[in-house]
Design a protein around this ligand. Sequence first.
Ligand code: AGP
Length: 372
Amino acid sequence: SAAEKDGFDYFMLKEIVEQPKAVADTLLGRVSADGQLTLDEMRLTPAELRSVEKIAIIACGTSYHAGLIAKYAIEHWCRIPCEVEVASEFRYRDPILDQQTLVIAISQSGESMDTLMAVRYAREQRARVLAICNVNGSTIPRESDGVLYTHAGPEVGVAATKTFLTQLAACYLIGLYLAQVRGMKFGDEINAVIAQLATMPEQIEKVLDTVEPVRELAHSLADADTVLFLGRHVGYPVAMEGALKLKELAYMHAEAFAAGELKHGPIALIEDGLPVVVVVPSPKGRSVLHDKIVSNIQEVRARGARTIVIAEEGDESVRPYSDVLIEIPAVPTLLQPIVSTIPMQVFACELALAKGNDVDQPRNLAKSVTVE
Ligand code: AGP
């Protein structure tokens, strides 16, 4: 009903706006001001977490994209080898699992059959399974050894929005907690990131306040046939998420590439007027990648692409090559997906609305896929 939508025309629009609170609720009671993380509720003991030698993340769709981002964070903070795979492929390739393997199963619904079957398989192989899930008491957390709930509240729109941002928050919490219990020495980095993580709800709020130009842009692109997305490092999975959202909601062809791969083939696709969305890493810290992606933007633009650039506020180096520049707050590199995903969500949602599509119930899709 209209009341349930709080005055919004679609649940998706409401759920995008709910993201600051959703992420705050995921962090609530788990991060304290002094940088201490409390995750005992996961039911995995610090001793068990210290014995982990390898991590395998399994998930589908948008949850898989959260897993890809988690890999960058976990390997950097914890130095534990971490692989990420779509759940539907995992158990069919004889993966190497044992008691020292921690499998992290990410599923908003807790009911995706592909992920559930992968969880069952992993447990048969004696791996420990930790679920990240939004639905209390659903099947995947019930069948796992431990669970961290995301507390995003019910998500009605078929396209995952607030559950994705809260999955990211949960992945960061797990990565930072693993680093803490394993005594990783990173000087002040871990503590600084924990402090920054606590401020994410405000940063999300800022993005939501400045996202209006994305709506106008989306409406101007309603007739495009295809949109390409480029990113690097954690911006690459964000680009993948942007492309998936566009397929799901606007029924448009969309594809994401790691920007460094452009020259290995995809650059041949660039032609006059083709919209290319680029996620730019922070100019600080990761300056090498930043400069490389700026030259990618120049390359595609020189070949006629219409460049839509998502970059940190104050990053003037991209402005001359951006047909549309979308600014996001400066946050630590690994946390950037929490803010850079939001323009992607709004872009896909508005483009779909411009085409007259029902963004809550896109054709051919179901909220949870309970068949293999
Ligand atoms: C996301 O917008 C999609 N609806 C879909 O890719 C989804 O993320 C996927 O089916 C996984 O669902 P789950 O998180 O409930 O397991």
